[in-house]
Design a protein around this ligand. Structure first.
Ligand SMILES: [Zn+2]
Length: 149
């Protein structure tokens, strides 16, 4: 697992917590925030966005990754998921696959920071999701994005 400092973790939690305040959650009213930490030290927040059609919403992790991509960042060292309720939550199956795509770009493991108002814990993404789906024939094209930042 890559190294991460306490300062980086605290920064990610702060960004994720701030993003959670903008979550669009009129149905479940369960706000999440996320933050990805790019290898250059920049951070990008995201929040969950619900939709009246169940399953059409977006998780905070995907929002944060897409936010980073808008800024041309594809290589991430860590991802934080902040649950506004006093509990640790794990990324859903869809997000695990989404994150795994970007672990392939960097060719390295992610650090996952699972946070709540009560504290946090860290774990390896590979431990959370050891076997992501990918097409071996597309791997070079996926990895080529690592050169962009
Ligand atoms: Zn998810």
């Amino acid at each position: 697992m890559a190294d991460i400092t306490k300062e980086e973790i605290n920064k990610m939690i702060k960004v994720a917590k701030k993003a959670s305040k903008n979550a669009f959650v009129p149905y479940n009213k369960h706000a999440f925030g996320s933050c990805v930490l790019a290898y250059d030290g920049s951070t990008y927040g995201g929040c969950n966005v619900e939709n009246s059609i169940s399953g059409l919403g977006t998780c905070s992790e995907i929002s944060a990754i897409n936010h980073a991509i808008i800024h041309g960042k594809y290589k991430f060292k860590a991802l934080c998921l902040y649950d506004t309720k006093a509990q640790i939550s794990y990324p859903c199956g869809v997000c695990r696959q989404y994150i795994s795509q970007f672990a392939q770009v960097s060719g390295k493991d992610f650090i996952i920071v699972l946070a709540s108002p009560k504290g946090y814990k860290t774990m390896s993404f590979k431990e959370l999701f050891p076997y992501g789906h990918y097409n071996r024939s597309d791997l070079d094209a996926v990895k080529s994005y690592a050169k962009r930042n």
